[in-house]
Write a protein that binds this ligand. Structure first.
Ligand code: ZN
Length: 236
């Protein structure tokens, strides 16, 4: 069978479903309301305990995210129901943008569904719960994580200790793709393998049967999206 962009449709394996966020069978509950890849439970608990000993409250705010959840976020941004941010993290007015410009703006902060590292259960957004005050809403913007920001000290500590537990920061530097996301950490032993296995064909297949807005635009630009946003990460 040939899909709408001429790519051959093949049967998706369980591994392909994992790579593109279409199953959570490989995940396990962590910190009550989050799911992570089952192999992360041990290193995460160890990291959490060591952070606690150092006076921090290592708190997950996002972990496994399904393909459909990512579609919902993406669609909400295209429809103006969630803000689209500029490179500095300031909400952008999107009415005058072309489809292509809108897609590029969204990609700076939100992965194309099927390509999110959060699909794998290996990647997490983390804050210092001890830095939160009553009524605070976590925004995941750079100023919370630098200078006098409430989560800056935990992340300085993580700079020193992450790698001992197998974690690294894939969005550390500005590489012209995803904006630096200091809150985002990744479990290298699994994530490196999954990134290698993820292909444009697998993502295209997941997208074709989805209700993604800007689907045609995304499929036509898949190669460059892979180069600029998916494979373009900081090394371990
Ligand atoms: Zn993240």
């Amino acid at each position: 069978m040939i899909g709408m962009f001429g790519m051959e449709i093949f049967k998706m394996t369980t591994g392909d479903l994992l790579l593109t966020g279409q199953t959570e069978s490989h995940t396990y509950v962590f910190q009550e309301s989050f799911r992570v890849h089952q192999d992360l439970i041990k290193p995460l608990r160890a990291l959490e305990a060591e952070a606690r000993n150092a006076g921090f409250q290592f708190q997950v705010v996002s972990a496994f995210r399904s393909f459909q959840k990512q579609v919902d976020i993406w669609n909400a941004k295209t429809e103006g129901k969630l803000p689209v941010l500029d490179e500095q993290g300031v909400p952008l007015s999107t009415e005058k943008l072309s489809s292509h410009e809108l897609m590029e703006a969204i990609l700076k902060w939100s992965a194309l569904p099927g390509t999110s590292r959060h699909h794998w259960g290996t990647d997490l957004d983390v804050i210092d719960g001890a830095g939160l005050r009553e009524g605070d809403r976590v925004r995941l913007v750079p100023e919370e994580f630098s200078g006098n920001g409430p989560f800056a000290a935990l992340h300085l500590w993580l700079d020193q200790h992450l790698s001992r537990f197998g974690f690294f920061r894939p969005y550390r530097m500005d590489r012209g793709g995803v904006r630096p996301e200091r809150w985002h950490i990744s479990y290298a032993p699994l994530a490196e393998k999954f990134l290698e296995q993820l292909t444009e064909e697998k993502v295209a297949q997941a997208l074709e049967s989805s209700n993604l807005i800007l689907k045609k635009e995304a499929l036509q630009n898949l190669k460059s999206i892979f180069q600029t946003y998916v494979k373009n990460i900081d090394p371990v």
